[in-house]
Ligand binder design. Structure first.
Ligand code: FAD
Length: 491
């Protein structure tokens, strides 16, 4: 909470900003402020105003006044982030850039020039008109923005084959926290002039600069894909099979793992089994662990990869289905698409982490999730990207039950400690924000944190951009998330 002295400063600065860029672009009504007060994590912190800049000069003015009056500024895209990084923890101004959404394709250079508010899926649609492809595909692809993706270095389902957001950024334009305009990189494929500030901005969760333009790499669009859905009698056999496929150096474009707890939720929600018992060769119904595998590329490559995946499936899976038809593939995807929402049968709240572990730690990790299930007496459904070890581990609980909340909190701490012990990372794609700030010191030494803080201090001496995010420990357990339905909840 800002002090009364700060509040008076913020009010004065807000008045001056409205005079400078127009009252229509500085919103102070309750509804607009509330809508910008939280992201997908739903932890709400009210800003003093929401700023909708018209052009770059407005952004410069926002930062000039913010530095003069020490007003916190939180940059916002679509607010689909899951770590609370777009929540204005200490009030101040939300700099809303979702309406800056132009997309221009340079087909010959295979590049896209985009504003930060461009929706990720729309960049790919624009690329497709030129036979090009923008691969990064967070599951929120229909809603999230390129600015948010760059600031979180978003990953997605296709990351194992195609990489993450960082691998597709040639250049960035924007403003330092102190308000100066800068360009990092450019419309060139090679660039080693000076420090690599572009990559420092990528994944910095809105704390090191405001991105106002990006130059993105596009690649030739794959023309064919083939999809497999496989059943296994245990989580371990599924993960061991996944390791065996990777050892053959097949690189699927999608390689999703769903543990038995997750598949159980999806089957209950859908009202039918993913694989009928007859297919699994069992007399009684069996809920399997699942792998979803997709290969893509040119026809000849897909044919060859499909043969290798089929041979592997015949060796390891209890049963499998496959298709090269897009509509049929959608049916195979159903269990993956429904599993996240389906988990809410197990509790009205979930701790949803996006940890990443090395290949050798897949089986120890999944065993540990079940150990936590036993120790906390709370469900721990887990699914995720089997090719890069980025698993979404969950603890389901009832928020109204204080004892369950305590057990969930203890469970998630044990889980995060284990992930680090296994050589992994506490976040593979969502970032730290506020929700993972309690675990940051499990991952990093004091020296590492001090190095990061020194960079932040050098670029943002007045602590303007997203103060409190990442490094301050926010005990999110003490906050009640707001009850709202967000656009992606309906899918
Ligand atoms: C259903 C669902 C599925 C998801 N699946 C995935 C997934 O598969 N992979 C994945 O990586 N994430 C996933 N996410 C998380 C989220 O969509 C991503 O983190 C996304 O990159 C956030 O984009 P956004 O536009 O919503 O950003 P916001 O939530 O608005 O902001 C996120 C961060 O970016 C900063 N920021 C935004 N714009 C700028 C800018 N122009 N300049 C500087 N900083 C900026 C903000 O300050 C904040 O720190 C999912 C979320 C949902 C709701």
């Amino acid at each position: 909470m800002p002090s009364s002295e700060s509040s008076a400063q913020y009010s004065k600065a807000t008045r001056l900003l409205a005079e400078a860029i127009g009252t229509a672009h500085v919103r102070t009504d309750e509804d607009t402020r509330f809508a910008a007060s939280f992201d997908n994590s739903r932890y709400s912190f009210m800003p003093d105003a929401v700023v909708l800049p018209r052009h770059e000069d407005d952004v410069a003015e926002v930062l000039r006044l913010a530095n003069e009056y020490r007003v916190p500024v939180t940059v916002r895209g679509a607010g689909s982030g899951s770590a609370g990084a777009a929540a204005p923890l200490h009030g101040g101004w939300v700099l809303h850039l979702a309406h800056w959404n132009s997309i221009e394709i340079d087909s010959a250079a295979s590049m896209a020039y985009v504003q930060p508010g461009a929706i990720t899926g729309e960049v790919d649609v624009a690329a497709a008109k030129h036979g090009l492809f923008y691969p990064p595909d967070p599951s929120s692809v229909k809603y999230c923005t390129i600015g948010g993706n760059i600031a979180t270095n978003a990953g997605g389902l296709r990351a194992a084959k195609y990489g993450v957001c960082r691998d597709y950024v040639y250049g960035l334009e924007g403003f330092l926290p102190t308000g100066e305009f800068v360009r990092w990189g450019g419309p060139v494929r090679k660039y080693v002039s000076g420090y690599n500030m572009k990559d420092l901005w990528i994944g910095s969760e809105g704390t090191l600069g405001v991105i106002t333009k990006a130059i993105l790499k596009l690649i030739p669009r794959p023309t064919v894909r083939h999809t497999f859905l496989l059943a296994f009698d245990s989580d371990e056999t599924a993960l061991e099979a996944a390791t065996a496929l990777l050892a053959e150096h097949v690189v699927p474009s999608v390689f999703e793992f769903l543990d038995i707890q997750t598949v159980t939720c999806a089957e209950r929600r859908n009202g039918f089994p993913v694989f009928p018992s007859a297919d699994l060769g069992t007399k009684t119904p069996l809920t399997p662990a699942i792998l979803l595998v997709e290969v893509d590329g040119h026809a000849a490559v897909v044919t060859e990869d499909s043969i290798r995946v089929r041979t592997w499936a015949q060796k390891y899976a209890l049963a499998f289905r496959e298709t090269g038809d897009a509509a049929e593939a959608e049916k195979l995807w159903n269990v993956r698409r429904t599993c996240s929402q389906a988990m809410f049968q197990l509790g009205n709240a979930k701790l949803n982490e996006d940890i990443v572990v090395p290949l050798r730690s897949y089986v120890p990790l999944i065993r540990f999730t079940r150990e936590i299930k036993q120790r906390t007496r709370l469900a721990t459904p887990t699914f995720g990207h089997a090719a890069d070890g980025n698993f979404h581990i969950h603890i389901m609980y009832n928020r109204d039950d204080a004892d369950q909340c305590r057990r969930a909190e203890e469970g998630i701490f044990m889980m995060m400690k284990k992930v680090v012990e296994l050589g992994g990372a506490i976040t593979g794609e969502h970032g730290i924000g506020i929700t993972k700030s309690p675990f940051l010191r499990l991952q990093h030494t004091e020296a590492e944190i001090n190095a990061m803080l020194a960079i932040r201090k050098a670029l943002d001496p007045n602590g303007i951009l997203s103060p409190g995010q990442i490094f301050d420990v926010t005990s999110i357990w003490n906050y009640q998330p707001v009850k709202v339905t967000l656009p992606w909840d309906k899918h």
